[in-house]
Design a binder for this molecule. Structure first.
Ligand code: NAD
Ligand code: DAU
Length: 375
């Protein structure tokens, strides 16, 4: 079947993996990547797709309703996968306005454009909004008496997994966001659901845990630390490094998005996560060990770079997603063990140092002008 799918934020980290998966897997679809190219957007992430006939790029701001509507009309869009957002919690603490503008008003503008263009003809249409586990708030670190965390639990699925507490985020966990980033994402999720309930727009929302893998902007923990180790720069650990995150390899998230876009129930919500909780400091030690080994450094050579710094304001202690609904209903499961995923990820950053260096030097921002502007 022919489809015209609009993917927003496709020049970012997760978006670039979703665009690549869809362009390669569905040659019969036309994939339109709409991205403003903020500091986080990097068209070099998609160099391998530039010559593909079923791929188009539109530089646009999702907040620009007229422009977004014109793109719906130009490409006869019948499906949306919405990833464009301001995504970094630390930046949201410094500049909440930009987060409200893009994440809330930008999502609203896309919703309005879809509603206007589809005009009540919802048959075969989809508006799929990508959200985060951070909207659920923070969980406590807790464990059964006498048991050292992480402990093994069957709390949620048939699989045993390691956890730092006995509570999880489920699809019906009430929203309780703490950072300006998660407050803006929560607001956008509410708007998406309101457009289904009020107008009948065929929406789906998913909430995913922390992603890792190639092409992540080096402000986020894993690529930042890999790059700092390479340059023997300090590794700034917030607070005591005790916070827990649930990590998922980015291509597994992209596979889940593909499955849910095609098979998910309209108006429903699915949690996506790896059942893979790590205390920051333990994860950082794994990264150090892996980078040192791959660079041929003596074991432990970079441990001295660990530098404890002032904690992030309002730093959520633990996120833990229960993704058993997605596993049971649609048969998705993560394909990579964490050790394998981290090895692949560290290798990718070390083998693609030019990609990283062009970001840290700012050269990547010229790529659009050099390659696209006069097309
Ligand atoms: P990212 O910061 O790497 O990429 C965001 C992309 O959105 C960039 O290409 C940027 O140019 C674009 N963008 C920003 N503002 C825009 C605007 N006004 N108009 C058009 N494009 C704009 O983000 P990411 O980590 O890939 O996250 C993608 C989505 O997934 C976000 O919605 C985020 O909330 C969500 N998410 C991320 C994670 C994670 O671990 N990274 C986990 C769960 C959910
Ligand atoms: O949980 C999903 C979320 O994961 C997404 O919605 C966000 O878009 C994404 O950025 C990510 O948010 P985090 O704040 O969890 O990711 P970050 O990589 O910034 O931080 C991971 C953990 O590491 C967090 O507890 C803060 C800590 N940290 C981070 C940085 C950048 C440090 O200790 N030092 C650092 O320098």
């Amino acid at each position: 079947m022919k489809r015209n799918i609009l993917i927003t934020g496709g020049a970012g980290f997760i978006g670039s993996h979703v665009v690549r998966l869809f362009v390669n897997k569905y040659p019969e679809y036309r994939i339109v990547n709409l991205d403003k190219l903020t500091y986080a957007g990097n068209l070099e992430n998609l160099k391998d797709l530039e010559q593909k006939e079923n791929y188009c790029f539109e530089r646009a701001d999702i907040c620009d309703f007229e422009r977004v509507l014109a793109i719906f009309e130009k490409y006869e869009i019948d499906g949306v996968i919405h990833l464009a957002a301001e995504s970094h919690v630390d930046r949201s603490i410094k500049d909440p306005f930009t987060f409200a503008r893009t994440n809330v008003m930008g999502t609203l503008s896309l919703l309005q454009a879809a509603k206007h263009y589809w005009n009540g003809n919802w048959e075969g249409k989809r508006f799929y909004h990508i959200s985060t586990d951070e909207v659920y708030g923070a969980l406590e670190l807790s464990h059964p008496e006498g048991v050292e965390p992480p402990f093994s639990t069957t709390a949620s699925s048939s699989e045993h997994h390691l956890a730092y507490g006995d509570k999880f985020f489920y699809e019906d966990t009430p929203y309780n966001p703490h950072s300006p980033y998660s407050a803006a994402k929560a607001s956008s999720d509410h708007f998406v659901r309101a457009f289904h309930d009020t107008y009948g727009l065929p929406t789906i929302v998913t909430n995913c845990s922390n992603n890792y893998g190639p092409y992540q902007f080096p402000e986020k923990l894993i690529p930042l630390f890999i790059n700092n180790i390479r340059h023997r720069k300090p590794l700034p650990v917030y607070g005591k490094g005790e916070n827990v995150r649930d990590w998922l390899y980015v291509e597994d998230h992209a596979r889940a998005i593909d499955l849910i876009f095609h098979k998910g129930r309209v108006a429903d919500t699915y949690n996506i996560g790896g059942f893979n909780e790590w205390k920051n400091i333990d994860l950082i030690r794994v990264i150090i060990r892996t980078v040192d080994r791959l660079l041929g450094n003596p074991e432990g050579a970079s441990l001295d770079l660990i530098t404890y710094v002032t904690d992030r304001a309002g730093h959520d202690m633990r996120y833990a997603i229960d993704s058993s609904k997605l596993q049971k209903e649609l048969g998705w499961e993560p394909s990579l063990q964490f050790e394998e995923g981290i090895e692949k990820t560290v290798k990718w950053y070390l083998e693609n140092q030019e990609w990283m260096d062009r970001i840290t030097s700012g050269e990547y921002e010229k790529y659009y002008d050099d390659m696209y502007k006069n097309r």
